[in-house]
Design a protein around this ligand. Structure first.
Ligand SMILES: [Zn+2]
Length: 411
């Protein structure tokens, strides 16, 4: 369910959260780098890497985080004082060395080693892939994400609520289309490859899911690939929520709830082929997360819902400014019954974000917004019992965890 009810619950959660936040030992600047950093509320691997002059990849390897981007408040992370952006190759053990030969391209090397051009660029700090020279030594990362030559699935094991990136990297392609678990997916052309972003439902069935891709070259010759992607579980929390009778009445108005959900689905299932944003998403505001994406809910002692919270909630005072997290076009800005004052932003290529329960809307449909631009203010309009921002995101029409988008850069 998408509905948001807290009040006492939010206060209680906040109190609990505060009680367990450890004292920071790491607000010092990078010159005075400690060897251990304790994760604070609002931190991401990306923000920590920036602060310590290192990379997300180096942090992950140092702390054996595997492919997960998840960190939790209070978690201790080793932060190497030797980490430096000048020596990224040294911080990566799982790589091979390669000396560039005449006729090589980064794209060709990536294909040969089963990795991506983007991964080689990042590992070696190469800004322009066309500026490589014969005899230059580069590090090539060992790949885990290529399922077949030219077909890249990242990550190869995706969690419920995560976003899957599928890349098709073959020369001279005129079009690419495909299906994931039988549902059509849209591909967009980028420099050197085509890609699709696929949201994985927070209550998706676990296990192997079929992916089928058809790539057609300039001569009209199609080639078909099928593979499977593994969906792994996300450990979601469960909230027991007590509702006053008046809210139960609205909650039981399934016709209203379904109607509004269908209207929203119509908006976020559109596909604008032009991608508008670049880099990681910012948070629309920085504050205490009062309910995480995917948290399962039990209302008034009832059964726990199979599908959890549709977004990330921030408990903040009414009137707190909300900023666009990335470039996009506002496609809805208005009052709804369940979600209150709502803004929906189309970021392109099937990626949307939305903001619920606002006290004020400071943008309008049709407007282009840039990261950091004021779009509205926190409120408690619609089916809400206290001031908070609910932030949702979608990829390919499916709700995904917005916080993952603040940690991940789509090439
Ligand atoms: Zn919410």
């Amino acid at each position: 369910m998408q509905l948001v009810f807290r009040a006492l619950l939010t206060a209680l959660l906040c109190a609990l959260a505060l009680a367990f936040v450890p004292i920071s030992i790491a607000s010092a600047p990078p010159q005075d780098t400690p060897s251990v950093y304790v994760v604070q509320a609002g931190d991401t691997l990306f923000s920590i890497a920036l602060r310590y002059n290192t990379t997300v990849l180096a942090l992950k390897q140092l702390n054996k985080l595997g492919t997960s981007d998840l960190i939790t408040v209070g978690q201790k992370l080793s932060v190497s004082s030797t980490a430096s952006p000048a020596t990224p190759a040294n911080s990566v053990s799982a790589s091979s060395s390669y000396t560039i030969q005449s006729g090589d391209t980064l794209y060709g090397i990536a294909m040969r080693y089963g990795t991506t051009m983007e991964a080689i660029k990042n590992l070696n700090g190469i800004v322009n892939p066309n500026l490589i020279s014969v005899g230059q030594a580069i590090a090539v990362p060992n790949s885990i994400s290529v399922t077949k030559p030219g077909l890249i699935v990242d990550p190869p094991v995706v969690r419920q609520g995560g976003t899957l990136m599928i890349q098709v990297a073959r020369p001279n392609l005129a079009s690419v289309n495909g299906t994931f678990n039988g549902k059509p997916i849209n591909f967009t052309r980028a420099t050197g490859f085509w890609y699709a972003l696929v949201g994985i439902s927070r209550c998706a069935k676990l296990g192997a899911v079929p992916l089928a891709v058809t790539a057609t070259d300039d001569a009209g010759k199609p080639s078909n690939d099928t593979t499977s992607v593994t969906i792994a579980s996300t450990a979601y929390l469960v909230d027991a929520i007590t509702l006053p009778p008046s809210k139960v009445t609205i909650l039981q108005d399934t016709a209203l709830i379904n109607r509004e959900a269908a209207q929203l689905a119509t908006i976020v299932n559109k596909y604008s082929p032009t991608r508008l944003w670049s880099g990681a998403f910012r948070q629309p505001l920085y504050g205490t997360i009062s309910e995480f994406f995917g948290t399962r809910r039990s209302y008034n002692g009832g059964p726990v819902g199979a599908c959890g919270h549709e977004g990330t909630d921030f408990a903040m005072p009414g009137g707190t400014p909300i900023y666009a997290p990335a470039r996009g076009r506002v496609v809805f800005a208005g009052l709804t019954q369940v979600r209150g004052n709502m803004i929906v932003i189309d970021h392109g290529v099937g990626v949307f974000s939305a903001y619920y329960h606002l006290s004020a809307i400071d943008t309008q449909a049709g407007q282009m917004v840039d990261p950091g631009m004021l779009i509205g203010k926190v409120g408690t309009t619609g089916l809400s019992t206290g001031n908070h921002l609910h932030w949702s995101m979608w990829a390919n029409g499916e709700y995904v965890d917005p916080m993952e988008w603040t940690r991940r850069i789509v090439p």
